[in-house]
Unconditional design. Structure first.
Length: 458
């Protein structure tokens, strides 16, 4: 069984945290108007020794038909071996009943230990954790808790397509911050902020995916991360660190510290709201993610949860905890190492096919994390500027699809939907033979597009 580190021990040097009042200006009007759940806010009192609770309308567990659940899981150390894990008694009863809004206590405690191991963060630093139905659930709730309709927001560009509708539905002005193979271009971010129109409120949030970014596959360097943190302090914004590919890092160099870890070196902590996901390493369908960050922001997320879906599934949390607790932190580390190695091999297979068929027809950087290639189609001989290099949408949506391959044109990852010669391809599922066929078909689509362009009179 896993041993949970003692996260109550203080740092040698006390960590200075931003005060709770600091976050008032970062909360949206909607978040400020939300009232705590009259019932759920009292749930913790039910654990008072000797107390008889007549509080919640919880169904009587004697009416539930489930008496035990069991599942098999592969060993992280010996994948050919399986272990049977059982949920019964008090563990099952907890999984079948309503639970605390922020999450199942045992799972929360396990994750606190995980965050200390991976990010060096202890519980006494003014932050906490909430569990959500995947990190997307928590990101959406964070956005609505912090952003008012019409606000300006900073988003790395290209950006994960799943957040564009969130900001679009709030009629936000999505300010695109340039990125390259080293992550957010801090020079671009600084220029945007230093040239911000006088009298116009500056953005309160910056959204970024720092590891194996979806769609670009980029991983932000340590230097870039430090510069972005410095700008967050100088220009007073919160970094929304969406990191679902943190455990899918397979670069040769040691993994860079997260923003959540790096802010320990800042004059005070509290400018990072971090989102983790177990979807990529345990199961996408299990829908478990967790947010780590300032207590005031997590409280706003929890208030949203309490009035929408009440909580993340207790049963799913109980299953996940049973598995993680049986592995321990060392077993989990071995498992995610194996997962990362699996995707490194998938990347290499995909890149070999790209070099074979797309050399001279596309340009790309090799990803060090995640499951995506972001590549530029060379649809004509003008390589000087992207806007003069053609549009991937017609090539991918029409010609490539007609050839029997499906990928995503880069325009769907740009908030303003402008034309771009870039394409996103996922290498997570496809076998080697199909990869070879798919890239050859993309080559044919590019050659067809180039021939068509040449045939059109000037």
């Amino acid at each position: 069984m896993s041993q949970i580190p003692d996260t109550s021990i203080s740092h040698d040097a006390p960590v200075k945290r931003l005060p709770k009042e600091y976050y008032t200006d970062f909360l949206s009007d909607l978040a400020k108007e939300r009232k705590p759940s009259a019932i759920r806010s009292l749930f913790p009192l039910e654990h008072t020794p000797g107390l008889i609770s007549l509080l919640a309308g919880k169904p009587n567990p004697s009416t539930f038909p489930f008496t035990s659940l069991s599942f098999n899981a592969r060993s992280p150390v010996h994948p050919e071996e399986e272990t049977t894990l059982n949920l019964s008694g008090a563990d099952l009863a907890q999984g079948l009943q309503y639970g605390d809004t922020a999450g199942l206590k045992q799972l929360l405690d396990w994750i606190y230990g995980l965050q200390e191991i991976n990010h060096g963060r202890k519980r006494n630093e003014g932050w906490r954790i909430s569990i959500g139905s995947g990190s997307q659930d928590l990101i959406y709730k964070a956005v609505t808790a912090m952003v008012n309709p019409g606000d300006s927001v900073l988003v790395e560009s290209p950006v994960y397509a799943g957040v564009i509708p969130m900001f679009h539905s709030l009629h936000c002005d999505q300010i695109e911050v340039e990125t390259d193979s080293q992550g957010i271009r801090s020079s671009s971010l600084r220029t945007i902020l230093e040239q911000w129109p006088e009298g116009k409120p500056k953005p309160k949030v910056l959204y970024t995916v720092p590891y194996g970014c979806n769609p670009t596959g980029m991983t932000a360097t340590l230097e870039r991360r430090k510069e972005v943190l410095q700008l967050a302090r100088e220009h007073d914004f919160i970094i929304l660190e969406d990191d679902p590919y943190f455990y899918l890092y397979y670069g040769k160099a040691p993994r860079y510290p997260s923003y959540f870890a790096l802010e320990l070196d800042e004059p005070e902590v509290g400018r990072v709201l971090r989102f983790d996901s177990l979807s990529k390493v345990l199961s996408a369908g299990i829908r478990i993610g967790f947010a780590s960050g300032p207590e005031a922001l997590l409280a706003a997320i929890d208030q949203h949860t309490a009035t929408s879906n009440l909580q993340t599934s207790s049963l799913t949390q109980a299953i996940v905890f049973k598995l993680l607790d049986s592995w321990g932190y060392e077993g989990f580390a071995i498992h995610v190492h194996n997962v990362a190695a699996f995707y490194a091999e998938k990347r290499d297979i995909f890149e070999r096919a790209m070099k074979k068929y797309l050399t001279g027809l596309a340009e790309w950087s090799t990803p060090e994390a995640g499951m995506f290639f972001w590549f530029k189609l060379l649809l004509n001989d003008n390589k000087a500027a992207d806007e003069d290099s053609g549009d991937s949408e017609v090539v991918i949506k029409t010609k490539a699809f007609e050839n029997g391959v499906l990928a995503l044109p880069g325009t769907v990852f740009l908030p303003n939907g402008r034309q771009t010669p870039y394409v996103r391809a996922s290498f997570s599922l496809t076998g080697e033979e199909d990869v070879d066929r798919a890239i050859q078909r993309i080559r044919d689509a590019i050659l067809d597009a180039r021939a068509t362009a040449v045939a059109i009179p000037a």
